[in-house]
Design a protein around this ligand. Sequence first.
Ligand SMILES: Nc1ncnc2c1ncn2[C@@H]1O[C@H](COP(=O)(O)OP(=O)(O)OP(=O)(O)O)[C@@H](O)[C@H]1O
Length: 255
Amino acid sequence: MTLIVNNLGFGYGKADILNGVDLSVGGNEVVSVIGPNGAGKSTLLKCILRLLNPGRGEVMVNGRKVDDLSRKERALSLAYVPQALPSRFPMTVFDTVLLGRRPHLAWRPSGKDVEKVWAALARMDLDALAMRDFDTLSGGQKQKVMLARAFAQEAEYLLLDEPTSNLDLRHQMEVMNMVREYTETTGRGALVTIHNLNTAARFSDRIVMLQEGKVHDCGPPADVLSSENIQSVYGVVVESACVNGSQVVIPLRVA
Ligand SMILES: Nc1ncnc2c1ncn2[C@@H]1O[C@H](COP(=O)(O)OP(=O)(O)OP(=O)(O)O)[C@@H](O)[C@H]1O
């Protein structure tokens, strides 16, 4: 079971935004995509999902081209949480998460679908908010609801665009723990864009470091998060060291 991105290229206009991007995500794996603002992380996820049509390269999901998958097959393969959360979504939290079950639904939600929604809400500690209107939630609560929707979808790969950007430290840890637990208990994979290098290091099996639409480096966190790589890609002098088994990056100064 593997999601493979092969030589992907994309431009919004004439300028290349992504150029020759290769990466893979296996079952049980959490792979993070890091890189400076504008490096192309969100565009990469959108190209994998075919929300954008890449000019070059291909995306294979478990041996099949993503273009050959039907809408339903695609929804059963790839669950996406975008960076920009819907500002207006006139639904309860429960119904929002139930939308994640759409690829599994026959005529109407079965008892099993309802059970899966409650399980996803419980996993994100959102049970008490189930009947609240989505629009009335805080930014962090909305982000957790969208993640619960992705969990309820039970797709083979989670594609999460900055899933922790609105969350406080504890919720960042909880959410990333849940992503790990999801991959470990189901054998599924996750591709996560993330700005916080230490969170990426703590929770990822591998990191893909993007710079101006190209893969600068890819591998285990301890290799990719070297002070040389970070200075070259972010223009920041850092100290990078292993603490308690996880790579930790301390920014020192702008290079
Ligand atoms: N709809 C669009 N039309 C034209 N250019 C775009 C569009 N969306 C993004 N871009 C440009 O593509 C480049 C990559 O954007 P993208 O959002 O993929 O970067 P990112 O790495 O996710 O950035 P960030 O960390 O700031 O979220 C940027 O230069 C951005 O301005």
